[in-house]
Design a protein around this ligand. Sequence first.
Ligand SMILES: Nc1nc2c(ncn2[C@@H]2O[C@H](COP(=O)(O)OP(=O)(O)OP(=O)(O)O)[C@@H](O)[C@H]2O)c(=O)[nH]1
Ligand SMILES: [Mg+2]
Length: 286
Amino acid sequence: MRSGFVAVAGRPNVGKSTLVNALTGGKVAIVSDKPQTTRRRVTGIVNGDDYQLVLADLPGFQRPRDALTERMQRTVDQSLEDVEAVLLVLSARERIGAGDRFIAERVFGLRVPVVIAVNKVDRLKPGHIAEQMQNAARLGEFHSLHPVSALTGDGVGELRDDLVALLPEGPAYYPTEQRTDLAPEHQIAELVREKALQLTREEVPHAISVEVDELGEKVVRATIFVETDSQKQIVIGRGGSVVKQIGTRARPEIELLLGRHVFLELNVKTRPRWRRDEAMLERLGI
Ligand SMILES: Nc1nc2c(ncn2[C@@H]2O[C@H](COP(=O)(O)OP(=O)(O)OP(=O)(O)O)[C@@H](O)[C@H]2O)c(=O)[nH]1
Ligand SMILES: [Mg+2]
């Protein structure tokens, strides 16, 4: 039996969470086209006949601007300690540049094997992919380099085998039916936030957080927090249309997670400057 922990690092929005989901074969982390979707460490557990690969999906590397982003970056820094390897994710659709080099310096300095995934290669020309692979290869002394598409699954099997091969002998750390370590109320809050991110733009997604107030047999109640009353109006929408749509999209996934039908009741509340409120961030598990 092989087992161990691998941290997933990279710039915001390169597809780290999508890739963790693809590797675990289920939805453990929420995904959106907005940067800074992932705010806390989320564990994705990949089980095989003779291995358990524990992935730590992390927020994207960033320069902290407030208590929220400070905590996010601290999570990244702490999660890079004590891992067997790092999976460094890059986007083939963007220039591999200073931001990636900054992260690479940190990651290659850890003295553990670094596996690079050049993600989002779907629908890219082979020449363009080859060029990005060369740019990626210049980042440091990597263990291996994989072109992948987390979206289509291309290259994901090879990447998984490669990560598993790096694991030492060891026991299973989690029951083999478990896919993630997030408690159900936190998974539900994340699902609601994912739908809210899909339906909002500009500064609004960054001002949204979600907390589950009640997780009952038949009813799930959650609060969507924003920072200003105008953001609240946007999230509620005309005649409640936006918050209703958030609920419509989130409910099937919550029911799948819980294995039962539930009523989902969503409230939208203004909580000025919650991103600077340490007690609130603590409660949100960030
Ligand atoms: N075309 C394409 N899009 C992808 C791929 N992987 C992820 N995406 C998209 O990229 C966007 C960001 O994906 P996430 O998985 O949330 O990225 P992330 O790196 O976890 O982002 P943060 O949590 O904000 O740091 C989403 O719109 C995904 O659908 C891929 O392989 N191909
Ligand atoms: Mg993410």
